[in-house]
Each structure stands twice: as structure tokens, then as C-alpha cells.
Design a binder for this molecule. Structure first.
Ligand code: AMP
Ligand code: GLY
Length: 417
């Protein structure tokens, strides 16, 4: 099977790594990719948002399957263009990707499907914003309706900060604050059959102790020793299957990866958000534990054959990933700095720990930072404690001037708290 992966983050590196280990994959291509992905896949230049360009590349390569990693190409309709060219694609149509592309649309689908989520108002005027903020009280949750790379959400006790964020967006969703630990649960679906993956937890805030601004995600771990073993079944029954059924009922079936961002509140599970693609950095830990070869799973989803797939097999090991980010991330990051220590991790820590690249590029012999999130250092171990230790040993070998990472990824869960 010849596979083309679209994207250039650590999620795409994790996808490419798993695909490169799958004996069914005879050729692996990625566009545009990064310096790390270049070690496992052949890179191609393409504008990932240009459906015609992506489908032309897929045709030229004779790809049997195209996997679209990030949300922006999906929302731009890239999966539709590839599908029209007659090539199976893992990723939802433009219309179905609105589940992620518009928070207001997602709320509407959840209402139709009876999926539990925070009560909310969609606001376009200052008066509506004031009314909604007063209705819910602090802490205030204000979300940009459109795509914002995980940075469009402000959660604050400061009403002026809440108002200011609302004023900076065209249309916002203001909602009830959900209290409780967060879980990311991914499901692979062909639009009818839904296959849940293992749950993971993401660390959204920039700084230790969940302080600082929201980011795209600073680390993740799986499994979740503290979670109810019945959680996955419950979310399948109350969230994932009803949402996939509702999308089909509306005439816009959702195939690809449905990502449920959940809060486990005192009153039960609530959906915080849907995404229409694999999460980053959670994918890094989920795929580290998946034993079933990945290409067949993605192909079955892309071709409507998930019902025939054997149950997924998982490793008993735990996995932890720690994101190394550029100076000033999630603000405008500093880029172009050399990264050292990558060879040392490969020589001393593999196969238990390895570095997945996000914003990197190669210049001669050097690997340079080229984005906000630069690396996702991933490790496996018998339990979270061992996986964490291995991840941080590898992080310590890496040099990147001004870089930042959280030191408490999976710490509480490893300690049994
Ligand atoms: P989102 O982009 O919707 O996932 O929001 C980003 C982050 O903001 C989430 O992972 C939560 O940490 C936080 N957040 C979003 N909505 C809520 C809510 N209703 N209550 C509490 N925290 C929230
Ligand atoms: N880790 C959060 C996301 O992928 O949206």
C-alpha cells in the first residue's frame, strides 16, 4: 500500500512512524513534512490547503491512501478533492469537518444527537456577550467560533478579560464552566461503524501546575490509571456513536478521526469540544501503544469497511510525551535556532524513547527550530513512572536555546493522584 500523509507536525511524524513500521506499507510519502519525518518518509512540497494540488500529488505518486493530519486542510475541503480523484482518504469532508471548524455547529449537532455538553450561547453583539457572561457567572469560558489552533479559548475569572476576548472575535460561544479532569478520546469511524482508541490526557496550559496561557498541547500520557474502566464504553454510547449517527442523518456522514475532548464532571461526562482529526500531542502516546498495524485501520475507515476489522490490539505499556516548545510559545515563537542532542537520544534512549519532530527544518547538517512546538519527546515504559523518567532523560539531552517544556507531564497520574 502506498500512503501519502498530509501535514508537518509531531502528530504526522507519529502517524508516519507507525505507518513506516507497518509491513503492508510499501511506500510512504509526506507533504510538506519536517526534518524528522524525512527520516521515515519521502517528502514533497505542497500547499496542504490546496485540494487540487494535494490530489494531483496523490495521483502522481499512485497513492492508495491519503491521510490528512491537520484540521485546516480538512476544513478547506482537501479530503473532498482527493476523494473526487478516486483515491481513498482518511479524513472527513469539508462539511463534516465543521464539527471542528465551527463551535456553534458542533453545539447544534450535539443538541440534535442528545450528547451531553456545556450549556452555551452563541453571541455576535456586545449586548449578547454581556447577557451570556452574566447568565453563567465566573469562571467565564469564551470561545472563538472558528479555528484557532487551540488558542481561541479564554477561561478566566476576570470579566474584563472575557469581554475583551469576545470583542476580538466575530462570533463567540460563551458557555458554562466545566469542572473536572479532561480526557481526550479518539475514535476511528467510516461514517457508520465507530472504533474507539485508548483514552489519553493532554496538558493544555503552557506552564507547570496548569498555569499560563492555553496552547496546542504541551504533553500527554496514556493510559489513564485514574479513569473508570467503563469510561470508553460510556463515551461510545453517549457521545461518539450518537454523533456519528447524527452526522449521517444530516446527510453529511463523518469519516476519519472523531476526537472527543471531554470533562469528567461531578455530574457526569461532558463534551468540551470535537476535533475532526487526531489530537496533537495525544496521538503520539496513543499510537505508541497501538499494536495493530495502522495502515489497515485507516484504510478500512477510508473505504467503509471498519465493521470487518478485527478488534484493535494494545500494548500494556504506558506512554508519555513531553513537548519542547520555542521561546515565547504560544506567543509569536522564536525560530531558526539549532537543535542539538537528537543523535544522542537515538543512540542512547531508543527504542523506549524517541523524538518526534514538529516545527523543525534541516539546513545542511543542522536541524533548526521552525515553529512554536518544536519536538514531542515520546517514551514508553512498564508504567507511567518509567515512561515519564525515560521521556525526561531524553528531553535533558536536547539543546535548543530559549526552549521551554513542562516538567510535570503525567506526574500526578504516575503518583496515583
Ligand atoms: P477547546 O479549544 O474548546 O478544547 O478549549 C481549550 C481548553 O479550554 C480546554 O481543553 C479546556 O481546558 C478549556 N475549556 C474549554 N471549554 C471549557 C469549559 N466549558 N469549562 C472549562 N474549561 C474549558
Ligand atoms: N491536543 C489538543 C488538540 O489536538 O486539539
Amino acid at each position: 500500500m502506498k500512503v501519502l500523509v498530509i501535514g508537518s507536525g509531531a502528530r504526522e511524524h507519529a502517524l508516519c512512524r507507525s505507518l513506516s513500521l507497518d509491513p503492508a506499507v510499501t511506500a510512504l510519502h509526506c507533504a510538506p513534512g519536517n526534518a524528522g519525518i524525512a527520516e521515515v518518509a519521502e517528502l514533497h512540497r505542497v500547499d496542504a490547503l490546496d485540494g487540487a494540488a494535494v490530489s494531483a500529488l496523490a495521483v502522481e505518486l499512485g497513492a492508495d491512501l491519503v491521510v490528512v493530519g491537520p484540521e485546516a486542510p480538512l476544513v478547506a475541503g482537501v479530503a473532498d478533492a482527493v476523494r473526487e480523484a478516486g483515491i481513498p482518504v482518511f479524513g472527513p469532508s469539508q462539511e463534516a469537518a465543521r464539527l471542528e471548524g465551527s463551535k456553534a455547529f458542533a453545539k447544534d449537532v450535539m443538541a440534535g444527537a442528545g450528547v451531553p455538553t456545556a450549556r452555551s450561547y452563541v453571541c455576535t453583539t456586545e449586548a449578547e456577550v454581556t447577557e451570556a457572561l452574566n447568565a453563567f457567572g465566573a469562571p467565564y469560558v469564551v470561545k472563538d467560533d472558528g479555528l484557532a489552533a487551540g488558542k481561541g479559548v479564554v477561561v478566566t475569572d476576570d470579566v474584563e478579560a472575557a469581554r475583551a476576548h469576545a470583542a476580538a472575535c466575530d462570533r463567540v460561544v460563551i458557555e458554562e464552566y466545566l469542572d473536572g479532569p479532561e480526557v481526550s478520546l479518539f475514535a476511528v469511524t467510516d461514517g457508520v461503524t465507530v472504533l474507539p482508541l485508548q483514552p489519553a490526557q493532554d496538558f493544555k496550559r503552557a506552564l507547570d501546575g496548569d498555569e499560563g496561557p492555553n496552547t496546542g498541547g504541551m504533553g500527554a500520557y496514556s493510559p489513564l490509571p485514574w479513569a473508570d474502566p467503563a469510561l470508553v464504553d460510556e463515551v461510545m454510547r453517549t457521545v461518539l456513536q450518537p454523533t456519528v449517527d447524527e452526522m449521517r442523518r444530516r446527510g453529511t456522514p463523518f469519516s476519519g478521526l472523531l476526537y472527543a475532548g471531554l470533562a469528567i464532571t461531578g455530574r457526569g461526562v461532558r463534551v468540551i469540544e470535537f476535533n475532526a482529526r487526531f489530537g496533537d500531542p495525544e496521538t503520539q502516546v496513543v499510537l505508541a501503544r497501538l499494536r495493530t498495524p495502522l495502515a489497515g485501520v485507516l484504510m478500512a475507515a477510508a473505504t467503509g469497511n471498519l465493521a470487518d476489522l478485527e478488534p484493535l490490539r494494545w500494548s500494556d505499556e504506558a506512554a508519555v510525551t513531553v513537548v519542547v516548545a520555542s521561546h515565547n510559545y504560544p506567543g509569536a515563537p522564536r525560530t531558526g535556532d539549532p537543535i542539538t542532542g537528537l543523535d544522542e537520544v537515538a543512540a542512547k534512549d531508543a527504542p523506549h524513547a524517541y523524538v518526534l519532530h514538529a516545527g523543525t527544518r534541516r539546513e545542511g547538517d543542522a536541524v533548526l527550530s521552525a515553529g512554536g512546538r518544536v519536538l514531542s519527546v515520546t517514551a514508553t515504559g512498564a508504567d507511567l513512572t518509567e515512561a515519564r523518567e525515560r521521556a525526561y532523560v531524553a528531553v535533558a539531552r536536547i539543546g535548543l536555546d530559549g526552549s521551554q517544556h513542562r516538567t510535570d507531564i503525567a506526574a500526578k497520574a504516575a503518583a496515583g493522584a
